[in-house]
Structures are given as structure tokens and as C-alpha cells.
Design a protein around this ligand. Structure first.
Ligand code: ZN
Length: 474
């Protein structure tokens, strides 16, 4: 049980006289237990005054030692006479209940010159209730929480002034180590700058610039905002894209939207609604062009849901959510939808370049071909390409020559001017350019290999060979 002792008396007297609130006084006297701070402000103020008044001349012992509020009250209510065995000195000198209506009424609440009232109003039940109401009305699911308070920077200055006062008056005998200013960064008039300045300034210079004790403020410190926030939740899965008219992310050129929807929106709108999040961040293992379909097992993706209200979902509920997404559009389908950790998303991105991808391309050839003309393509293994940044992406990618590898190819003859080519390639290979050559910027290319002009009519991603997220049972 923490308490004030005789040696604290001058500090209590000094700070009380200069307009410091009881809870700040307890801090300055190094009272560590929370119990005392929980007492109502008016009780504390009165207790301190009684402490100063009634204990004068007593030897050094605990004299502000009280138990928890309820039992304290009960005990005093039943302590009527000096014969009572519980009627010990310390308690006797802190009458609370009996005199409450008289003495307490006379205490005008002055704004504390150190904490600006933060440890006055905001420690009282009414304010705690206000915070509780805000939290419960914000409708979050949570199992634990962090309560953080952002304080005005000038508190540090006031704190320093009060500390210097105590130090000057007391000859620095009390708690020299408990009011060290925190060290931090520089900037103009920010919290950090104030702390930095306080760290540097000499005591005599400080006293020239700031009144000590700190002046008594006229107004209480205001609560600007009570904010609730939940940590982000991450959802991963794989998607198929069946449309040749759907971008992966919203397609906006010069502020103008080109297509109504996108893969990320078709998936995220349902997640946003269910998780009741503020916003989302979509990421995926590579991306396909607007006119390219993604088939097979689909492309791994992850969505960060920012500040979600709801966070608990069973596997069954996730399955239901996946079904909702799949029922809402025939342009995409989602599988293996699951909750993952932030760390796990790294696995989707790492080694992306080394992964292989499988494509299927429908190719047009200007001069008539026969099936035999294509046979040699099937025998080519680990074909090295030099790809200059394609013309179509040059506006957003730097000009460079990248070496890419076509691991294997398999042709499928259709007619004299068409065939389908199945390719297994290094991730990051530009397939369209490998087919038509991009005016000689990709070498070799299907046109140069066949000694004809080739163009690509359709492209599908058949698989993205990344073993993440884990496959789920249906
Ligand atoms: Zn205070």
C-alpha cells in the first residue's frame, strides 16, 4: 500500500499552495499504487488538506495510508466513538463521509497548473463512462485493447517547472530520478521538440522563461477526440478471372474511370461489408492485363482490412463469405479464402520473380502454316529472351533490357493461320511481346522463330505456381 509520509509533507504543502491537483501531488511524492489515484478528486483534496492540518508534529510514519474506497467508507460510517477498536489515529484524521457535505462543498475545483486538469476531470467516473460509451457504441469485436492518451506538449514544460520548484525548495532530496524528461527527436513546436528542448535547457535558463511554479490555467484541458481503432486483419485466397474486359485494380486514366469494376473491388466490397472495415489494401502475386483471363487454380491475393469492427470469423463463415463473393459475379471466382497473418503475406511476395507461370496463347500467323512447321517449338527448352521494356508499359516502367526464360512450349495446331501455344515461363516474362516481337524489342520471338509475322489474339494465365495460401478443403 502506497502512502504519504512525514517527509512528503513539505512537498504536499508546496504543491498544494501553488495550485497543483491532488493526483499530481501523489505523483510527485512517488505514490506508486493505483488505489489512491482512484479516489474521487474531492475526497483526495480533502484528504490532503487533513493530512497537512492534523498530522503536524507526528513522527515519521505512514499517515496517508488508506485502504480501498468502499471499505474505507464503510469503516468510517461505523466508527462513532473512541472505544471502537478500529479507531486508530491515521483513519481518524481522514474523516470522509461525516463531513462531506460541509467541508467538501467549500473546495472550488481549480485547474491544476501541472496537468491542466487531465488528472482531475478525466480520472473521474463521468469521463470514464464517456470513454466506455464511445468504445461500446463503436461496435468493435476485440479480446484485448490498448488505451492510449495523446497529451498536449506543454504538459512536459509544466511538469519540468513543477519539478524544479520541488527541487529548489526541497534541496533535491525527494525522487530526483522520477521526472527525467524523455529523450526524443527534433521539429518545430511538436511534442518531440518540446521534450528535446527540455532536455537541453539549463535549469537557470528554464527559470528565466517559464514561471515556477507553473501559472494556474483558467480552463481545463479539453478532450479533442476519443478514438477507437482495431488492428488490421488480413484475408488471403486465390482468384480466377473469366472476363477479358476486367482490370485487376480500378483502371483510371487522367482521373477518369475506364471500366466499371475490377477484380479487387468485386472481392473487397463483400469483405469490407462483413468486416466493417474503414478501408482495404489489395495485393497479389503479379497481375494480368485487362484482356487476360486467369484460369486454373487462380492467382494468390491478400487483402488488408483496415480498422475492422468485426474480427472473429469461423472457417464456416469464411466459406460462406467466399460463396457470397462467387454468387455475386460471373467475372471472377475465389477459392481458399482464409484469415492469415501479416507475416504470411510476405510468402506471397517473396521469390515472386523465381516462380514459374503457365500461359495459353491463341496466335495468328500471316502466312499459311502446317502442323509440321510448329513441331520444333515443342523441342525448345530454357529459351533465353532479351526483353526491352514493352512499348505499352514504357509510360510507367523504366527502360531496361531484362533477360527472361521460356522454360517449355507446346503447340496445338488449329488451322493455316491459327495455333494455340502453351508456355511455361519465368515470372515477369511479357508473353504478348514474346509472340509479336514488339517491333524487335523482344528477341527472339514467335514471329522470328517461325520467320513470319505473328500476333496474339487471346491470352490466359493457366497457373501461378506459388504454394500459398494453403489449399482448403471444400
Ligand atoms: Zn494535476
Amino acid at each position: 500500500m502506497s502512502s504519504l509520509t512525514e517527509k512528503d509533507r513539505p512537498i504536499v504543502q508546496l504543491l498544494l499552495n501553488t495550485g497543483t491537483c491532488p493526483r499530481c501531488i501523489l505523483r510527485f511524492c512517488r505514490v506508486g499504487s493505483q488505489t489512491l489515484y482512484r479516489h474521487p478528486y474531492r475526497d483526495l483534496m480533502k484528504d490532503l488538506e487533513e493530512f497537512l492540518k492534523n498530522n503536524q508534529g507526528k513522527e515519521d510514519r505512514d499517515c496517508f495510508d488508506v485502504v480501498d474506497p468502499p471499505s474505507k467508507r464503510v469503516r468510517l460510517e461505523h466508527t462513532e466513538g473512541p472505544d471502537d477498536p478500529n479507531h486508530n489515529g491515521a483513519l481518524h484524521q481522514i474523516p470522509l463521509v461525516k463531513d462531506e457535505n460541509t467541508a467538501v462543498e467549500n473546495l472550488a475545483v481549480k485547474v491544476c497548473n501541472v496537468c491542466l486538469g487531465i488528472l482531475q476531470d478525466f480520472c473521474e467516473t463521468d469521463f470514464v463512462k464517456r470513454v466506455c460509451q464511445k468504445v461500446s457504441s463503436a461496435n468493435y469485436q476485440f479480446t484485448s485493447f490498448v488505451f492510449s492518451v495523446s497529451l498536449p506538449p506543454q504538459l512536459s514544460v509544466r511538469e519540468r517547472a513543477a519539478w524544479l520548484l520541488v527541487k529548489q525548495e526541497m534541496g533535491a532530496t525527494a525522487c530526483p530520478d522520477c521526472f527525467k524528461p524523455a529523450k526524443n527527436k527534433q521539429s518545430v513546436f511538436t511534442r518531440m521538440a518540446v521534450l528535446k528542448a527540455l532536455e537541453k535547457i539549463k535549469e537557470e535558463d528554464f527559470l528565466k522563461h517559464f514561471s515556477c511554479p507553473p501559472s494556474s490555467p483558467k480552463n481545463f484541458c479539453d478532450v479533442l477526440e476519443i478514438q477507437c481503432n482495431n488492428g488490421a486483419i488480413f484475408v488471403a485466397g486465390r482468384y480466377n478471372k473469366y472476363s477479358r474486359n476486367l482490370p485487376q485494380t480500378p483502371w483510371i486514366i487522367d482521373g477518369e474511370r475506364k471500366l466499371d469494376s475490377s477484380v479487387e473491388e468485386l472481392i473487397s466490397e463483400h469483405l469490407m461489408a462483413e468486416f466493417k472495415a474503414d478501408s482495404f489494401n489489395f495485393s497479389s502475386s503479379g497481375r494480368e492485363d485487362v484482356d487476360v483471363r486467369t484460369l486454373g487454380n487462380g492467382r494468390p491475393f491478400a487483402i488488408e482490412l483496415v480498422n475492422p469492427r468485426r474480427i472473429h470469423f469461423t472457417a464456416e463463415e469464411m466459406k460462406g463469405l467466399q460463396q457470397t463473393i462467387n454468387n455475386s459475379s460471373d467475372k471472377i471466382q475465389v477459392r481458399d479464402l482464409q484469415l492469415v497473418t501479416r507475416e504470411a503475406i510476405g510468402r506471397m511476395k517473396e521469390g515472386e520473380e523465381e516462380k514459374t507461370k503457365t500461359y495459353s496463347a491463341l496466335i495468328w500467323i500471316d502466312k499459311a502454316i502446317q502442323k509440321e512447321d510448329l513441331a520444333f517449338l515443342d523441342d525448345i527448352k530454357e529459351l533465353k529472351l532479351d526483353q526491352k521494356t514493352p512499348l505499352r508499359v514504357l509510360h510507367r516502367r523504366p527502360l531496361a533490357v531484362r533477360c527472361r526464360i521460356i522454360h517449355t512450349m507446346k503447340s496445338e495446331y488449329i488451322d493455316e493461320h491459327h495455333f494455340r501455344l502453351h508456355l511455361k515461363t519465368q515470372a515477369g516474362t511479357y508473353i504478348k511481346e514474346f509472340v509479336h516481337g514488339d517491333f524487335g524489342r523482344t528477341k527472339p520471338n514467335i514471329g522470328s522463330l517461325l520467320n513470319r509475322t505473328a500476333d496474339i489474339l487471346e491470352l490466359d494465365v493457366e497457373s501461378v505456381d506459388i504454394d500459398w495460401p494453403p489449399t482448403l478443403d471444400d
